[in-house]
Design a protein around this ligand. Structure first.
Ligand code: XMP
Length: 514
């Protein structure tokens, strides 16, 4: 059920941190785009009938021994091409120019003067644009066949064009939102130069997905968690195969407050999805008794989940298919990778399911990014509260309770997190941050209750901003909002006497405390 790249834009993946972002930006313009391996031959791209290629940035230096390369024929061909940063430097070298390491890395905003309007810079309405730069190497000599289109103080060849050929290169990153008019530059390339047509939309994706999923024969099983990905997967399959879909929600006892109820209401009652709720919380909590090691806790949750799920599948089966809400970045990250970027972490979502299950896996969202899934969810009528919900880790509160998972700590974690979410919602901030929650450990601190000194718990509140969870920055919340959160927690959550706010970013910390 792979979406065809015909008429779309292939992004050659040189491992740059913004490679995914390039695809997302192009898709937002209404043209399908996907990552392909950096050495995909020109002949193959032509067979795929792509409208054009973008060469992504990458961490390597074009001179390093293991520098990832593109098919040399690509530079000789007529396929429209936009090289970005590393991709641009490869172009310059392929055409006989020279790239060198600058004295210092250029990182951040730079003012770029456009010398040649039209083409890539058509209709920008400004002579100077602020662009995002992130590079150590840069072209120091361009071949005579290349024409300079734009320059900045540190990059005399900030943008170039190859004469008589639809090949362009930019040293800056048009895909990054800090680049003013970056979307217009991409749009000029895609529509003006590649002549691509707008054919990619979530309406179209929904129509074709439902059509192709409706051809599945037999019954389909889908585990739902209350999160947006599994909810959209279930909703899509429900449309396609109606009552041949069976959804199961496993209550691990490690979930956010009221989660089982929410799932029953929005999936079961509102969308009419056939969803069973299995309360296995006792089993999970018993399995976790006395366990303090985070990895061990993850393993226990994963294994228990797999066991409960397998029992359900056996009791209610047979099922021909197992539906999962895997997203495009998960597909890439889990090693089915296109580029030289190293595998950052093993894919979380599939970790907990048994590997020897005799169902075929169907992943209807495997080509989508999170923001596209949210758009699809809205289109399908999922409530805003589901579509905009923050991500939640598979092992649940087991990774937000430090040390042994006890009912008391789970209660504190759950109630405090609900307060964090509620305050952010009331302040209009919930949708602006990536994740927001509270976590708790075993430490006790001294508090004062009336005249009495009393030991109590300290919870840590964590609110982070992120684009894709690979990196995250702590949110600079207004002290007034922090104060609201802190007093609500100490007033309303019994046993808590102090609140801390985490000011660590990722890296070096991770988003989840464990
Ligand atoms: P970290 O903690 O690695 O988290 O910075 C990155 C993102 O992944 C989520 N996360 C998980 N999701 N199973 C999941 O399904 C897991 O084991 C897991 N660990 C972390 C985390 O909430 C964040 O969005």
């Amino acid at each position: 059920m792979e979406h065809e790249l015909a008429g779309g834009i292939a992004v050659l993946d040189f491992g740059g941190q913004y490679a995914h972002l390039i695809c997302r930006r192009i898709r937002a313009l209404g043209v399908y785009s996907a990552l392909v391996p950096h050495d995909t031959p020109l002949a193959q791209l032509e067979r795929m009938k792509v409208a054009g290629v973008v060469l992504s940035g990458g961490p390597a230096s074009v001179y390093s021994e293991r520098a990832p390369a593109a098919d040399p024929e690509l530079f000789e061909g007529e396929l429209p091409m936009l090289g970005i940063c590393y991709g641009y430097q490869l172009m310059v070298r392929a055409h006989g120019g020279e790239v060198a390491r600058a004295d210092r890395r250029e990182y951040g905003r730079a003012s770029v003067k456009v010398m040649e309007g039209g083409g890539l810079f058509d209709g920008l309405g400004a002579e100077k644009i602020v662009c995002w730069m992130s590079h150590s190497d840069s072209p120091v000599r361009i071949p005579s066949t290349m024409q300079v289109l734009a320059a900045s103080e540190s990059s005399p060849y900030a943008a170039v064009k190859l004469s008589g050929s639809p090949q362009f290169g930019v040293q800056f990153h048009p895909e990054v939102s800090h680049t003013e008019k970056g979307q217009a530059v991409l749009s000029n390339f895609i529509f003006g130069i590649c002549r691509a047509e707008k054919k990619w939309s979530m309406e179209e994706f929904m129509r074709t997905s439902v059509e192709s999923l409706s051809k599945l024969e037999g019954r389909v099983l889908c585990a739902v968690s209350g999160g947006v990905d599994s909810s959209v997967t279930a909703a899509l399959l429900h449309r396609a195969v109606r009552n041949r879909l069976r959804s199961v929600f496993i209550d691990t006892g490690l979930l956010r407050e009221g989660e089982a109820e929410r799932v029953r209401r929005f999936l079961g009652q509102e969308l009419g999805v056939n969803v069973a709720v299995v309360d296995a919380s006792e089993r999970f909590l018993t399995g976790l008794e006395g366990v303090r090691d985070p990895e061990q806790k993850r393993k226990i949750v994963g294994k228990t989940f797999a066991d409960v799920f397998e029992e359900f599948a056996r009791d209610e089966g047979p099922f021909a298919y197992l539906a999962q809400g895997t997203l495009y970045p998960d597909v890439i990250e889990s090693g089915r990778s296109t580029g030289p970027a190293s595998v950052i972490k093993t894919h979380h979502n599939v970790g907990g399911l048994p590997s020897d299950i005799s169902m075929k896996v169907v992943e209807p969202l495997r080509e989508l990014y999170k923001d596209e899934v949210r758009e699809l969810g809205s289109l399908m009528g999922l409530p805003k509260g589901v579509v905009d919900r923050h991500p939640f880790p598979g092992p649940g509160l087991a990774v937000r309770v430090i040390g042994e998972v006890t009912r008391e700590k789970l209660r504190i974690c759950r109630e405090s997190s609900r307060i964090v979410e509620k305050v952010l919602e009331e302040e209009g901030l919930y949708g602006r941050v990536w994740q927001a929650f509270a976590y708790v450990g075993d430490d006790e601190v001294t508090g004062v209750l009336g005249d009495e000194r009393k030991l109590g718990r300290q919870v840590t509140v964590k609110v982070v901003e992120s684009v894709d969870a690979m990196t995250a920055d702590w949110s600079r919340l207004d002290p007034r909002v922090l104060e609201r959160i802190s007093s609500a927690i100490t007033n309303e959550v019994s046993g808590v006497v102090a609140v801390a706010y985490s000011i660590s970013s990722k890296p070096p910390a991770t988003i989840e405390p464990q």
